[in-house]
Design a protein around this ligand. Structure first.
Ligand code: ADP
Ligand code: ADP
Length: 232
């Protein structure tokens, strides 16, 4: 994992008077699973999208391993950051294997390496490669799609993983097993993960540390789950 630093990060969308994200600063340790929890509209997705350069900040800086993300080219960015979102974000016209192979191909891995990696990733997320690699996303359950979404985000072995409500669209039992799976993966891989959710129980379950946000990304609390549970 790589450290992530947000410095006075701010976003005011065109046509808005108030910022959606207002001057947030925080430091995320290498290998840490940081959960950002807050109500809908508190700016969580906007923060992740700024880290992933899908949205340009109005002000402030983002550093990954001391490198300003605005200085990283698109291919370099894909090497550094994996991104998993709600409803998996898989391309429906591409097979499971093609979805997982996307970033490794983009960054120039050769065919043998990509094929081996697709198999490895499917196995890692608990899907038997021979059974699943040829399927299309619609031929998978919601939980299986989320597993493929996580496999795709991890395929190029990025030091940083951004997860935006990745388990939001599945039933509670499947969600619990995906959460277990993520914790197991994290013990093994030690990525720096920023995980966004509006579900406080999910935050407590997953986070090494938790940032509790109020409106406009104001930090209400930033601590370990134990300390947050113990606070009044
Ligand atoms: P969260 O992820 O916490 O639900 P978001 O980051 O999606 O919150 O949204 C934060 C605020 O920014 C909301 O008020 C939302 O309406 C606004 N917002 C998000 N994206 C855009 C956009 N592209 N244009 C204008 N306003 C936006
Ligand atoms: P394409 O026609 O684009 O090669 P495929 O679905 O055959 O479509 O392959 C998509 C990607 O998945 C390729 O990058 C390939 O390396 C990988 N791949 C293909 N077959 C397998 C397999 N049996 N196991 C794992 N990965 C595979």
């Amino acid at each position: 994992g790589a450290a992530i630093t947000l410095e006075h990060l701010t976003k005011t969308f065109p046509g808005s008077t108030l910022p959606a994200v207002d001057d947030i600063s925080l430091h995320i340790e290498p290998g840490e699973l940081l959960v950002m929890v807050g109500p809908s509209g508190s700016g969580k997705s906007t923060v992740l999208k700024m880290i992933n350069r899908l949205i340009e900040p109005t002000a402030g800086r983002i550093l990954i391993a001391d490198e300003d993300v605005t200085g990283i080219d698109p291919v370099g960015l894909r090497r550094k950051i994996g991104y998993a979102i709600q409803s998996s974000g898989l391309f429906p016209h591409m097979t499971v294997a093609q979805n997982i192979a996307l970033v490794p191909k983009m960054i120039g891995w050769d065919k043998e390496r990509v094929t081996a990696r697709v198999e490895e990733m499917l196995t890692l997320v608990g899907l038997e490669p021979g059974e699943y690699w040829k399927r299309f996303p619609r031929q998978l359950s919601g939980g299986q799609q989320q597993r493929v979404g996580v496999a795709r985000a991890l395929a190029a072995d990025p030091p940083v993983l951004l997860m935006d409500e990745p388990f939001g669209a599945v039933d509670p039992i499947t969600r619990a097993s995906l959460q277990d799976e993520l914790l197991r993966l994290q013990r093994e891989l030690r990525k720096t993960i920023v995980f966004v959710t509006h579900d406080f129980d999910e935050a407590i379950r997953l986070g090494d540390r938790i940032v509790v946000l109020r409106e406009r990304s104001r930090i209400a609390q930033f601590d370990t789950p134990q300390a947050i549970l113990a606070s009044p």
